[in-house]
Design a protein. Structure first.
Length: 160
């Protein structure tokens, strides 16, 4: 996906993007972040997955949050055991001051919490850096499907 360019300013740009990502995750109270540890075809995929509370103060704000999402994104809705599951994609286009740019695709899954538990809805968000012109590539599609498959394994469990 990414070819080495050998320009320090470009590497510093990606380092700054990564730092901003981690600062943002800390502000959003992420409970975990997952990065790839095995290369695919000899290279690491520039991707991450985080688990964090939904950006609302409680389940009573869920409808309002849904309305805000539908104004900005195409929202896919489903349910499991009577609990809402929402999926949406967020695309970011950005470029460095170097001679090439990069964008990002973030796939969000929101899981409504069981009402009797008092838990807040939980989000699983996966971000993949996407080089220009690769937005519709087969690899991006495969990784997106992988993120969806991982999110599909999420289940609320009772605390003991």
């Amino acid at each position: 996906m990414f070819q080495p360019r050998g320009q320090a300013k470009d590497y510093m740009y990606y380092r700054a993007l990564t730092h901003r990502l981690f600062v943002d995750m800390k502000k959003r109270r992420a409970s975990s972040i997952h990065l790839p540890i095995k290369p695919v075809e000899g290279t690491f995929l520039p991707a991450s997955m985080v688990v964090l509370p939904a950006p609302i103060s409680g389940a009573h704000q869920l409808d309002d949050f849904r309305n805000r999402l539908t104004k900005r994104f195409e929202l896919e809705e489903s349910s499991e055991n009577g609990l809402a599951i929402w999926r949406w994609e967020e695309q970011q286009s950005t470029s460095s001051e170097g001679d090439f740019g990069v964008g990002a695709l973030t796939i969000h899954h929101l899981f409504e919490a069981p009402k009797a538990t008092g838990r807040a809805p939980l989000m699983l968000s996966a971000t993949l850096l996407v080089p220009p012109g690769e937005e519709k590539s087969e690899l991006i599609g495969i990784v997106s499907e992988l993120f969806d498959a991982i999110a599909g394994t999420f289940r609320w469990v009772q605390r003991s």
